[in-house]
Design a protein around this ligand. Structure first.
Ligand code: ARG
Length: 279
């Protein structure tokens, strides 16, 4: 799309972020969020990524779409193709036209899923090497992943998510490079765990007490991993593998069931993200 060798990420400022409904176990309208803190936390993430050399593309925030800030759920980017999300819950469905409009304005070719299938974008579909790891049950449907695999001509590895707190794949699985990933085993059934173990030779397991800080929901930029604070064991494991880490306070977004990775979408493709980090 551009000649830039810089990693490119889509973000949406947190101006209208808040808890206006409850669609996952982390959200409480009654408890709400602190707009000043969420705004400051978002800006710190933005600045961290800029400092790491990422080119950030910004979307216009929209009043009444508090979760638009979670651009990982925009859709799936694959080379010059963009497959827009089909949100399970009505409260998020208004985001799709905004994300489509953005993708069109950037010259992506839009590929629409067949009607009636739920799919929540890079939140549930992550490349590790050539294979697309795809989470289903709480948000995305397994049929949508199969359709995407055929349409893109890529191998899809469907994994059922079993813990409602880890309702998107990116809350419990983070590819670092081909054959290298971080995951929280408790979010998967036995079959999913065995596929991950079988396909990914170098795996860092996250403990339950660190997984609840959304530690798997990390942004990988080259050999740096940006994540929410509260995961000393994971941080040490990553550093042992040669990664640097940047821990931020993203607590306001955890209240909505999201963290660093959810707030970003790799525009040069999720598959590019982990190929480049292998360099
Ligand atoms: N409140 C949002 C929801 O429940 C959070 C989305 C988090 N996104 C992600 N990619 N895990 O839909």
């Amino acid at each position: 799309m551009t000649d830039s060798q810089k990693p490119r990420i889509l973000m949406c400022p947190a101006d209208y972020f808040g808890i206006e409904y409850e669609i996952n176990p982390w959200m409480s309208v009654q408890k709400g969020t602190d707009p000043e803190r969420s705004s400051a936390q978002w800006k710190a993430l933005h600045q961290t990524l800029v400092d790491l050399g990422v080119e950030i593309d910004l979307m216009e925030p929209v009043k009444g779409l508090p979760d638009l800030v979670f651009t990982a759920n925009a859709g799936l980017v694959y080379h010059d193709l963009f497959i827009p999300s089909r949100f399970r819950y009505k409260v998020r469905q208004g985001e799709t036209p905004r994300f489509e409009e953005w993708a069109r304005s950037r010259g992506f070719r839009i590929v629409e899923l067949p009607a009636g299938e739920n799919f929540e974008g890079a939140g549930d579909a992550l490349f590790c090497g050539d294979a697309l790891f795809a989470g289903y049950r709480f948000r995305s449907d397994v049929q949508s992943h199969q359709w995407i695999g055929e349409r893109l001509g890529v191998e899809v590895l469907p994994m059922e998510l079993i813990d409602p707190r880890f309702y998107h794949l990116d809350t419990c699985f983070c590819p670092l490079a081909p054959g290298v990933a971080v995951y929280y085993p408790g979010a998967f059934d036995e079959y999913g765990r065995s596929v991950i173990l079988d396909r990914i030779p170098t795996l860092i397991e996250v403990r339950a007490e660190e997984a609840v800080f959304f530690s798997c929901n990390a942004v990988v930029v080259g050999s740096t991993v940006v994540l929410n604070q509260g995961a000393p064991k994971l941080t040490a494991d990553l550093e042992r593998l040669g990664y640097q880490t940047r821990a931020l306070d993203l607590s306001e977004f955890i209240k909505s069931g999201g963290s660093a990775k959810c707030l970003t979408l790799r525009i040069d493709g999720e598959e590019a993200a982990n190929w480049k980090s292998a360099a």
